[in-house]
Design a protein around this ligand. Sequence first.
Ligand code: TRP
Length: 454
Amino acid sequence: MSERKSIHGEWSSQLAFFLAATGSAVGLGNIWQFPFIDGNNGGGAFVLIYLACIVLIGLPILIAEVTLGRRGRESPVNTLRGLALDEGRSRAWVGVGFISMVSGIIILSFYSVVAGWSLDYLLLSLRGAYAGASPDRVSRMFAGLTANPWRQMFWFTLFLAVSLWFSARGVRAGLERAARIMMPLLFALLLLLVVYALIVGDAGAAFSYLFSPDFSRLDGQAVLLAMGHSFFTLSLGIGAMMVYGAYTPNNVSIFRVSIWVAVADTGVALFAGMAIFSLVFAKGLAPAQGPGLIFTTLPVAFGAMPLGSLFGAAFFAVLVLAAWTSAVSMIEPTVAWLEERGWVRMRAVLAVGAVVWLLGMVLDFSFNIWSGVAWQGRTLFELFNFVSSDIMLPLGGFLIALFAGWMVSERSLRRELGVSRPLLRLWLLVLRYVTPVGVLLIFLNALGLIRGAL
Ligand code: TRP
């Protein structure tokens, strides 16, 4: 097989790839979801399971996605088509690419809505809207936001428009530039917030909450959540990392950078958790608030702290920055695919953006005009989240692991990865057996088929 070249361009360096991939990985999943999932599921015990899922399931698939992408050098659909052809496998593998494009679009629709809330809260913080506010008033503030379809629409549209703008500018001038500007800013602001929270907050309580294990709260459901989250947080299962891999220069060490991406991603989640819970505990607030933790509980804590509005603004800025560099990666598989079909990038971005926007409107309305619409006890918003994050991502990741582990020859993988044979073997062993079996067990458990065994 001759060397392929990406028609979309390449990252300018290993650092650029690291920043872009970390930008994709670090998002609302780290700062909004991880802390509340952890808080609801036994703190330290959950962290241990989560770390195991990252190492045994997430990291091997991350390496697989980037490797496949760089080998194929195209959008996930065409990369899978090309590799299946090279290796003499069924063309049906292309289907994985199509599933992934759909999940990316669904995820971005609810992601944009939550990122929109963060933008609204950024402004509220700057205005001092929750300074000294009671929990009751902050709850009403949040309810007021979601009850207002037009205010919600304004913010999520703004968020989406900026994401699309970066996306439209292409790999180097758009995706890479977004990561180069936003990621260092994000790290700096987060560090500042952690230091602030450690000074004014209750670091001891946060630490023992996050890290002291309570195994009695750990059940099959928690394991499922940990696994699902390890996919989501590393942006796996929808070909986002695959297409980022397609833009990676040949001299980049995929193994090394992937490990760093996983470390940075986990680090941000843990640091964000430390900052959030130090503040929440200092004010004696309840940690297990679910999705509302960030938008209803945390502002109460900030509102009661010295310089709380300012640091509150910094917190919501971190959330928005993290979300932007993730958003661009969710639609990249589809945008790249349309480009390969001859569309101009701008047109592809606008078309994908229009679909995301329409879905986002449905979700917007699911909080107000259509709040009565539910299916099996889930609102539309919860349903979108469940189907994409809990079903489509693990399914996509499972199939990608099977493809990379069993369909691609060891020789091709070794050529792409350039690592020593023992290391390659170790990775393949995990990817072939541990990863798919892990995903399968957790699925069966979720369906109630092996309840009690986990
Ligand atoms: N990883 C991001 C987060 O933690 C979300 C994300 C970005 C994502 N791209 C993705 C999730 C692709 C799944 C697939 O918030």
